[in-house]
Ligand binder design. Structure first.
Ligand SMILES: [Fe+2]
Ligand SMILES: [Fe+2]
Length: 151
């Protein structure tokens, strides 16, 4: 395993997680209107998950002999709900894709591989959740009523 490369990759992940914490919290403060009651807790829950990931990344970077970054990745802000959620989805895709690329570098370190695999799983769930909130997948129902044959 190329430790230097892995530390750089973990630090990039840490800066993306910092950005997710700040952006998610900022959006949870700003969200107004009818959907505030459901969206604000979702955004905060996501920010808390990012905080958990950031803690694990920082600890791992030091364990590998590296210095954890203090710089967040670029943060987007908006006051309109759909725009805000699109910004969050865009960041969630970036985080997910970064972990996918990081996974290739850590194959021979089992605990680190497992950690990154878990991140890949939760980030993918975040992406899918936001895609659903934004109604990006249009599901078609062919028949409105499903009839079963009772014997
Ligand atoms: Fe995360
Ligand atoms: Fe996430």
């Amino acid at each position: 395993m190329d430790v230097k490369k892995v530390i750089d990759g973990l630090n990039k992940a840490l800066s993306l997680e910092y950005a997710s914490i700040i952006q998610g919290l900022q959006h949870s403060f700003l969200v107004q209107g009818l959907f505030r009651e459901s969206i604000a807790p979702m955004l905060r829950e996501h920010a808390e998950e990012s905080f958990k990931h950031a803690k694990m990344l920082g600890e791992k970077i030091v364990a590998l002999g590296g210095l954890p970054t203090v710089e967040p990745a670029p943060i987007k802000q908006a006051t309109e709900l759909t725009e805000m959620l699109k910004q969050d989805l865009e960041l969630a895709y970036q985080v997910y894709e970064h972990y996918e690329s990081l996974l290739k570098l850590v194959q021979d370190d089992t605990p680190l591989r497992v950690m990154i695999e878990n991140f890949v799983l939760t980030e993918k769930e975040d992406c899918e959740e936001l895609e659903k909130v934004l109604e990006l997948k249009k599901i078609k129902v062919k028949e409105k009523e499903v009839k079963f044959q009772v014997k």
